[in-house]
Design a protein around this ligand. Structure first.
Ligand code: ADP
Ligand code: ZN
Ligand code: ZN
Length: 782
């Protein structure tokens, strides 16, 4: 008999092991779909029915059932309610994810299901359960095509609409919707024509978000048009050629090797990816390219479509659910050979994957911040080992973890591209000491060197990019008499002041009040605005430019931040605006540090390089170094030489000095001993156990109890070789009205962190009022 392991689509730890069901031999009972690994199935569950996913199928003789199974109690699957969403490899990956990241198995299986949802059981008001299909699915267009008697057909003179339809159809097939847009109501005329055999109406699948010409669909998105220009393949530089060689031998080895492509900005890493993908496709395999969400612009997608045409599928969260569904289905059909997407693209139904590329591998966004809290880099490496694929990690500022792996693990290879592909030098970086500026009387947020550099470059028609580092930095009110800072009542963060509208807002939860005129604490009228948001910088910059000789009010300032990029396509529109201008300034937050490639940018300014340095987190220095290095790389990418000015109050800090001299070794010499001494990655592995809830006392006492229990558990397993640090409030101690505590666990690199923690957390009964989440290999400890 055939037995199925089914994981119920109910995300609780309690239901985390698969249930066994019988698979009936009676094919008529099964309905439309086969019961296969990866399908959603309707199963009996207590007094009702539930949806689950089949994760394994096994044949067993009736007298040889797995231990603990009682044949008389086994129930049969009612029927499959979907085709397979994943295969045995996907099921194995979900299992691995749930164990490694201590996440409910159903949440891991869910990663593999199509965008727009899966069938589910819903309860009616009368208490009945019924099956509800997802609302997102295929859409068809109705097309008008010539019928058998089209050639001979002559509409009667007074049948004007019929005549117009026939006329239109002579120029080619078209959609009913197009006809209706042109001619008004056409259904009557079409019916008549269809009855006479002059036309036929056909339903055809529409692929949302695809370039025109694919599957009969018409592209609806801006990325369709311009991106389809085929690109020519340049001759590789010798550095690129040897990088490509390293990738090809990693592919050939077939045991999941990793190549870290450590190349400065503009060194032509993307060209190496493209040619490695080409070789992968030629070998009959497929490729997946992960890009940080924010750099997944039509420009980026265009580089891949330019080379691989309509075999490229795209997946990211800014696409509509319908588009994502179609792309997912396009991948499942096997027609897509290259998938370009954000981290979740790893879980799309690609077959025969030969290469996984992760661009900007140091980016924090590769770590998911809700369960399962996976890191895409680690998942990719696991997948590649299983399937014999190769992984390419690209970055100008590789993560310390990846650099360490290259030094320690023989399956990791580091390849350097120290020069730009066009042979141009890296731009000169000048560090401006703002403390010194302030001391000598300058009160502006633009130092004198930055002001004059802006004036010089803009006056001759060049462009500038200005970065306002906003992490840990926003405008707030401070009472000069008593030191009071208005804070969000629900989150332990100061409220951000907005000039336009004169209000205070919490950027975590949206709480908003009018800005007080006097201090709510002591009544003093001396409430000073501290810090600067992009709006304020923009206003000051406007004044600066208007007064600069040869610049003036005609030079546009394009501001890019969370406020201006909210709408769909706005990010791209702003970049196009900047590209189209002559002299112009692009002013923005972190989102401008990546992927911009404009030829005429000759000046990059970092307004405040050190705000992130002050964040109380072990990765603060690494992030600062990477950010300054990345943004510096936006200057002087083509013919014109570039220069970079970095304003900071900590001019001597190692990450700043190192970034300014492109000296990673200097940064690592400063950083690594600290990491080793304080026991942080890459010298240990960590888990961050978050405890949060509305009741501060309950959170604190649960955290303390958890610490005691977990400490005991860990000592039982591994003695005293691990650290289970005492429970403390998080840096962000209060967020959206919840109190947050955490417990940090550190273990030696060679220990199996998850395997030790897993039994503890699986056995733990969830608490009703206090939440607990385990973050394995956390990206930060905030
Ligand atoms: P990276 O991804 O390392 O920042 P890109 O791949 O964007 O670098 O390349 C930078 C620029 O150099 C691009 O304009 C690209 O077209 C160009 N380029 C890359 N490789 C070559 C090459 N071998 N010959 C000429 N130009 C190249
Ligand atoms: Zn006060
Ligand atoms: Zn808040």
């Amino acid at each position: 008999m055939k037995l199925a392991s089914v994981i119920l689509d109910i995300p609780t730890q309690a239901l985390d092991t698969p249930y066994t069901y019988l698979v009936s031999d009676d094919p008529t009972a099964l309905g439309g779909y086969d019961i296969v690994v990866g399908c959603a199935a309707l199963v009996p569950f207590g007094p009702r029915q539930a949806i689950g996913f089949v994760v394994a199928l096994e044949e067993h003789a009736a007298d040889d059932l797995p231990a603990g199974l009682n044949l008389s109690k086994l129930k049969a699957i009612v029927r499959a309610v979907s085709p397979a969403y994943f295969d045995e490899e996907g099921a194995a990956c979900a299992q691995w994810l749930s164990e490694r990241y201590l996440a409910p198995l159903s949440s891991c299986v869910r990663l593999f299901t199509p965008p727009g949802g899966v069938p589910r059981m819903v309860r009616s008001r009368e208490g009945y359960w019924r099956l509800e299909e997802p609302t997102v699915g295929e859409v068809d267009d109705r097309w008008v095509v010539p019928g058998p008697s089209f050639a001979d057909f002559e509409p009667r003179k007074n049948a004007v609409k019929q005549g117009a339809i026939v006329e239109a159809l002579r120029a080619g097939e078209l959609r009913v919707a197009e006809l209706a847009a042109e001619l008004g109501a056409v259904s009557g005329a079409l019916k008549t024509l269809e009855g006479k055999g002059a036309v036929r109406i056909e339903r055809r699948r529409r692929m949302r978000g695809m370039p025109s010409g694919v599957s009969g669909g018409v592209g609806s998105r801006e990325e369709s048009g311009s991106s389809f220009v085929p690109s020519r393949k340049p001759l590789l530089t010798s550095g690129q050629a040897s990088a490509l060689g390293a990738v090809e031998s990693a592919c050939a080895s077939g045991n999941g090797e990793v190549v870290l492509l450590d190349g400065v900005t503009g060194s032509g890493k993307t060209e190496v990816y493209l040619q490695a993908i080409e070789a992968t496709l030629a070998a009959g395999r497929t490729a997946c390219v992960l890009v940080p969400e924010i750099s997944l612009t039509p420009q980026t997608v265009g580089r891949f479509r330019g080379r691989f045409g309509d075999t490229v599928a795209v997946m990211h969260s800014r696409m509509g659910a319908g588009e994502r569904y179609d792309q997912w289905d396009f991948i499942r059909s096997g027609a897509a050979r290259v998938v370009v997407g954000a981290r979740s693209a790893l879980f799309t139904p690609m077959r025969n994957l030969g290469l996984i590329v992760i661009d900007e591998e140091h980016e924090g966004s590769y770590k998911q911040d809700s369960a399962p809290r996976y890191h895409a880099r680690d998942v990719a490496v696991w997948m590649a080992r299983r399937s014999g694929a190769a992984v390419v990690l690209g970055s100008a500022t590789p993560s310390i973890e990846s650099l360490h792996a290259c030094a320690k693990d023989e399956r990791w290879h580091q390849v350097e591209l120290p020069e730009r592909a066009n042979g141009k030098p890296m731009p000169q970086v000048q560090v401006v000491d703002m403390a010194h500026e302030f001391g000598s009387g300058s009160r502006s947020m633009f130092s004198r060197p930055l002001s004059s550099a802006l004036a010089e470059e803009l006056a001759v028609g060049h462009k500038a990019v200005l970065l306002l580092n906003q992490r840990g930095f926003a405008k707030f009110l401070l009472c000069r008499e008593c030191g009071f800072v208005p804070e969000c009542p629900s989150c332990s963060t100061s409220l951000t002041f907005h000039e336009r509208g004169n209000f205070l807002i919490c950027h975590h939860c949206g709480y908003r009040i009018a800005a007080p005129a006097t201090c709510p604490e002591c009544g003093s009228p001396y409430l000073k605005k501290f810090g600067a948001g992009t709006q304020r910088v923009e206003a000051d910059l406007r004044v600066l430019l208007d007064e600069a000789p040869g610049v003036g009010p005609d030079v546009p300032i394009v501001r890019m931040d969370a406020d201006t990029t909210g709408g769909k396509g706005s990010h791209q529109r702003l970049l196009e605006e900047f590209a189209a201008a002559d002299a112009a300034v692009l002013l923005g937050t972190q989102m401008i540090a990546k992927g911009l490639d404009f030829e005429d940018v000759t000046l990059v300014g970092v307004i405040n390089a050190d705000t992130m340095l002050k964040l109380p987190d072990y990765r603060a220095s690494e992030r600062t170094f990477a950010l300054v290095e990345q943004v510096a790389g936006r200057a002087g990418r083509a013919e014109l030489p570039g220069r970079v000015l970095v304003q900071t109050y900590e001019a001597d800090a190692a990450p700043i000095q190192a970034a300014a001299t492109y000296d990673r070794a200097l940064f690592l010499r400063d950083e690594l001993p600290k990491r080793r001494l304080l026991k942080y990655p890459p010298y240990v592995r960590m888990a961050n156990i978050l405890v949060w809830g509305k009741d501060e006392g309950a959170v604190r006492s649960l955290a303390a109890a958890l610490h005691a229990d977990l400490g005991r558990h860990v000592r039982n397993y591994v003695g005293n070789s691990w650290d289970v640090l005492a429970a403390t409030p998080c840096v962000l101690a209060k967020l959206r009205g919840t109190y947050r505590w955490h417990i940090v666990v550190k273990c030696p690199l060679e220990s199996d962190l998850s395997a030790v923690l897993l039994p503890f957390f699986r056995a733990r009964k969830p608490d009703r009022d206090v939440n607990v989440a385990v973050d394995v290999d956390p990206d930060d400890l905030l």
